[in-house]
Ligand binder design. Sequence first.
Ligand SMILES: [Zn+2]
Length: 183
Amino acid sequence: MSLPLGHAALGLTAYDLTSNADEVSVFRQWKVLAVVVMLSNLPDIDVIFGLLYSGNGELFHRGPTHSLLFACFIGVLYAICSRIWRSLPPISFFQSFLLIGSHLFADYIFTDGPLSLFWPFELSMSAGFESWGDIVHSIIFEATNDIAVIMSCATVVIMRRVFRLDQVFSLRPVFVRKTNAKK
Ligand SMILES: [Zn+2]
């Protein structure tokens, strides 16, 4: 699993689980949605670099952009940028780190090749060759590989919504009254 849709699904789930349950859903905020999808796929920008540099998407793949240091760097960079440009959605350092981290987690768990998690102390670039055509083909025709991940993520997000039904059926006030009564 290493395709944009799967990474986006994991990123959206990570963001949803770490955002305030009372906030408007990420799916109703297009700017947040765009930034979350972009950050959760950002490590694979090394594929674009390789394609532009030599026509080989694997040339720099799984290098420095697939490291914990990169996740920290992007977390700090986004925090600074969102303070300068107030129109950017306020995503915390922790959430930015988590979005990049969700990408690293998925690549680590669902793919075979090593990552450069502890770059600059280790560097594990992909071997092989992938052209523009190979990459476009895999994005379009191998997306079905991500269906299980997307369905699992959707289940987690929906379950969270279901548990918010406590507000609809006023279960939360009952719970609060009970805990207050004990005091
Ligand atoms: Zn990747």
